[in-house]
Design a protein around this ligand. Structure first.
Ligand code: NDP
Ligand code: 2IT
Length: 450
């Protein structure tokens, strides 16, 4: 792989990442994608090479791993492993979500923290990069068990976070319920009510528009990229993977913009509804009763269910919005999408595409907006929530949405300009990585040996 990095210093940095982080394929993949894009910057910026910026960037500032003991409703002691990776604070306090999923390990949290560092640079807000989580599975647990677990998790995490230090939020498996329990425990132990957690409920300091921000932001930036090619969402067929927070609000905005969303999924399978997804029903199933997407096909005449979620990309569509998990688009999927006429792929999930898929997509005849830029709306509105908490002034839904729209437009313009400046017009992977890198890299240099 490193042979493909066309700069000797960056190839060396990558080799060292492989040696120092064995058995961490997701982290290695995320670093590879960034370093590969930064070759033209490293060629130009000997000062950054000299200052060791690239070497420093791939090493998290701090990795915290902790035991999470809790007792389930049968009285059995359960032990989970918690993580918080404080990746980079060069431009602001660490900021990034918590993921609760059985697959969580150091590699996944490090990849997410690394990505978050660049994403947060693109948001135009002063937030560093961090990520955390646990190998706890909220599925099938009672509300009380989830609360006991969250309280134990926060009993350790609280000492590492704070509004000026590190502010966690949601991600896979962490939604309104979990954030409520986590915030409640943080407040009890820290004896202060601040923006240390975001994604809070509206009555206790949350921002209007945070729940929908990632999905809406995804459609806003995709619409800008489409508009540059004189296209839009109107009348387009859209496929969205996942049926969680990001997927549901991507579907809502895509429909509002006049598109027809024909498929959504969960980890068990996908539903296809050629008449267009009935989002009210999806919300009832997923938000209302934590059900499975298969129930949609049981309730909806004409809709079909297929018990293989990976097959969703075989459905012909104009716009694909992967919004479930990492590496959900393989090279085969990417080729299938393009050959079926897909015009735009914008990533709601973090690192939606495998390395081979990314290499194919940047050269293919498709608008490809990578996760760092495409899903930055969520963390952006988290940043706005912190601002509202600091000033003690809540904003209206309209004000938050107007700011989100402006941020997504700024992100689009910024990644487009960076790609053009380096002679790679339309390559938004390079644009996002370069624009993000220059902000964090310059900030690190200005602060000396940090
Ligand atoms: P949710 O937990 O709300 O929903 C996740 C959805 O993806 C569910 O439908 C879930 O299915 C599915 N999914 C999760 N893991 C897998 C898997 N391994 N294989 C197949 N399907 C899977 O999470 P979010 O919507 O918040 O997050 C989705 C993606 O968006 C993640 O990549 C996350 O990092 C990213 N993201 C989230 C942001 C946010 O604000 N929440 C912001 C930016 C990015 P099931 O229920 O069966 O597990
Ligand atoms: O990946 C992400 O950007 C998130 N899960 C949201 C992070 C946040 O702090 O809102």
């Amino acid at each position: 792989m490193s042979a493909k990095i066309k700069n000797a210093h960056l190839a060396e940095v990558y080799e060292e990442v492989l040696t120092r982080n064995p058995g961490e394929p997701e982290f290695q993949q995320a670093v590879y994608e960034v370093l590969e894009s930064l070759a033209p910057v490293a060629d130009k910026r000997q000062d950054m090479v000299q200052a060791g910026v690239f070497k420093r960037l791939v090493e998290p500032e701090r990795v915290i791993i902790f035991r999470v003991p809790w007792v389930d409703s049968a009285g059995v002691m359960q032990i989970n492993r918690g993580f918080r990776v404080q990746f980079n604070s060069a431009i602001g306090p660490y900021k990034g979500g918590l993921r609760f999923h059985p697959s969580v390990n150091a590699s996944i949290i490090k990849f997410l923290g690394f990505e978050q560092t660049f994403k947060n640079c693109l948001t135009t807000l002063p937030m560093g990069g961090g990520k955390g989580g646990c190998d706890f599975d909220p599925k099938g647990k009672s509300d009380a068990e989830v609360m006991w677990f969250c309280q134990s998790f926060m009993t350790e995490l609280y000492r590492h976070i704070g509004q000026f230090t590190d502010s966690p939020a949601g991600d896979i498996g962490v939604g309104a319920r979990e954030i409520g329990f986590l915030h409640g425990q943080y407040k009890r132990i820290a004896n202060e009510v601040t923006g240390a957690m975001t994604g809070k409920g509206i009555p206790y300091g949350g921002s209007l528009g945070r729940t929908s921000a990632t999905g809406y932001g995804l459609c806003y930036i995709a619409a800008h990229a489409l508009a540059a090619k004189k296209q839009d969402f109107k009348g387009k067929t859209v496929v969205i993977s996942g049926s969680g927070n990001v997927a549901i609000y991507a579907c809502e905005k895509a429909q509002e913009l006049g598109a027809k969303v024909v498929a959504m999924s969960d980890s068990n399978g996908y539903v296809y509804d050629e008449k267009g997804i009935d989002l009210k029903l999806v919300k009832e199933i997923k938000e209302g009763r934590r059900g499975r997407i298969a129930e949609y096909a049981e309730a909806k005449k004409g809709a079909t269910y297929k018990a293989d979620c990976t097959d969703i990309w075989s459905i012909p569509c104009d716009i694909a919005l992967p919004s479930a998990t990492q590496n959900e688009i393989t090279e085969k999927d990417a080729k299938l999408l393009v050959s079926n006429g897909c015009k735009c792929l914008a990533e709601g999930s973090n690192m939606s595409s495998t390395a081979d898929a990314v290499a194919y997509l940047v050269g293919a005849d498709i608008i490809y907006v990578p996760a760092k830029a495409a899903n930055a709306g969520g963390v952006s509105v988290s940043g706005l929530e912190m601002t509202q908490n600091s000033t003690r002034l809540p904003w209206t839904a309209e004000e938050v949405d107007a700011r989100l729209q402006k941020i997504m437009l700024d992100i689009y313009n910024n990644i487009d300009a960076a790609a053009k400046a380096y002679g790679m017009e339309g390559n938004f992977v390079a644009g996002a990585n370069i624009a993000g890198f220059l902000k964090v890299g310059e900030s690190m240099m200005a602060q000396g040996a940090v």
